[in-house]
Design a protein around this ligand. Structure first.
Ligand SMILES: Cc1ncc(COP(=O)(O)O)c(C=O)c1O
Length: 394
């Protein structure tokens, strides 16, 4: 038992969060995740998962993991930097580079760990980071750990970025521009072509978080390939935990960059290797995405259909350009009620409220899956129509 004073302190803090509606209710899946899943004992259509390409339960990936357990055992036994590195892991590094069309690749324990560990080692005191105002929390943490100065530029606003670059140019040792590739709450795409052009003009380094771009953009290879900038962007961060249906982070770039990061990033150096079965699963997931472009095409067909139909019903989908399609409601109570009504109709969606998005933009974030059938999407659209009308949203 800890101290009663500490217990009281955190109880008060927690209850305040409950009062503000800022706590998460955990819903239990009772089997594999996919376009449909058993949630709290009921079959639901899933519109709340990052599993865009439906690979999380792919039999070939499961087989690869099982075979790796048989050959390598379960645990890695150590950090990759010490005694946990395998020939399989080396193969994964080569595959990451092939996938991203870069010279070198590196796997990390998580995508969070890439941002939190890499950014503090590529900039520090005397440097400056220019960061999009809607960047992911792991980027924000990475910048905080770096001790570099920071300027936030307006979301995807290249003229604001240019103004800010002009102000800082010549005053710092290094300038780093960092942005999400696909923004996780709005589903819009960073104008990486224009950002890279500005970076070249001002001698800045570029770092892109491709967590929601892999499997989606550039025939599945992500934002670098989408813009033809795979050999221009200095740091391409990614994750296996979303469209690749697996687990772990990745970084792609030039050989020198990868060698440097591998020898400095503390999240890589000072944390255990994930099990070899995860490595094998990640290799297989990359192979599948590279060899099955029809999966990505199905994802885009579903995305276009679902977005168009939501809009024609009168819903506000914001600036979405990808399978992340928000329905912006702009009211905490209403959005929670909408999510509850959809849930009752067998549609698994989650409301996203402040502080995850600014007040007044509370929303449901839909994420489309390559293997949703037309019937699934129509069922979801019908439920949206009924609930939206009842709540006076449309
Ligand atoms: C934009 C973005 N970056 C990084 C991450 C972290 O990736 P991982 O789940 O592999 O830690 C996420 C996941 O939520 C994300 O959405």
């Amino acid at each position: 038992m800890g101290s009663p004073k500490v217990r009281e302190y955190f109880k008060k803090k927690y209850l305040e969060m409950v009062e503000r509606g800022e706590t998460w209710e955990l819903l239990r899946l009772m089997g594999p995740t996919g376009p449909r899943a058993i949630v709290e004992g009921r079959e639901m259509i899933v519109l709340a998962s990052n599993n865009y390409l439906n690979l999380a339960n792919d039999p070939r990936i499961k087989r690869a993991a099982i075979e790796a357990i048989e050959k390598y055992g379960w645990g890695a036994g150590s950090d990759w930097s010490i005694a946990g590195y395998t020939d399989l892991q080396e193969e994964l590094h080569r595959k990451i580079a092939e996938f991203k069309k870069t010279e070198a690749g590196l796997a990390f324990q998580t995508g969070y760990g890439v941002n939190a560990g890499t950014i503090p080692k590529i900039v520090g005191k005397g440097d400056i980071v220019l960061s999009d105002e809607l960047n992911h929390g792991s980027i924000i943490d990475g910048i905080r750990l770096s001790r570099a100065d920071k300027i936030i530029y307006k979301h995807c606003d290249v003229s604001d970025l240019e103004d800010k670059l002009r102000k800082v140019h010549g005053k710092y040792n290094n300038i780093l521009i960092v942005t999400d590739g696909v923004f996780s709450m709005d589903g819009d795409i960073a104008p990486m072509d224009k950002i890279q052009k500005l970076a070249d003009e001002f001698g800045a380094m570029t770092y892109v978080d491709d967590a929601h771009g892999e499997g989606v953009l550039g025939e599945g290879r992500g934002i670098g390939v989408h813009f033809g900038l795979e050999d221009k962007i200095d740091f391409q961060m990614g994750t296996f935990s979303k469209a690749l249906g697996s687990f772990g982070g990745m970084l792609a770039g030039d050989r020198e960059v990868i060698d440097y990061v591998r020898n400095t990033a503390r999240t890589w150096l000072l944390s255990a290797a994930y099990p070899p079965s995860v490595t094998a699963a990640n290799i297989k997931a990359l192979e599948i995405v590279m060899s099955e472009p029809e999966r990505v095409r199905r994802l885009w067909d579903n995305t276009k259909y679902f977005k168009k139909e939501l809009e024609s019903l009168g819903f506000n989908t914001g600036k979405s350009q990808t399978p992340i399609i928000p329905v912006i409601v702009g009211d905490t109570k209403k959005v929670k009620e909408l999510a509850r009504m959809l849930f009752d109709e067998g549609i698994f969606v989650l409301p996203i409220v402040y502080p995850m998005v600014p007040r007044g933009t509370e929303r449901i974030r839909n994420q489309v899956n390559a293997d949703h059938t037309r019937e699934d999407l129509d069922k979801a659209l019908n439920a949206y129509e009924r609930a939206g009308k009842k709540l006076g949203i449309i």
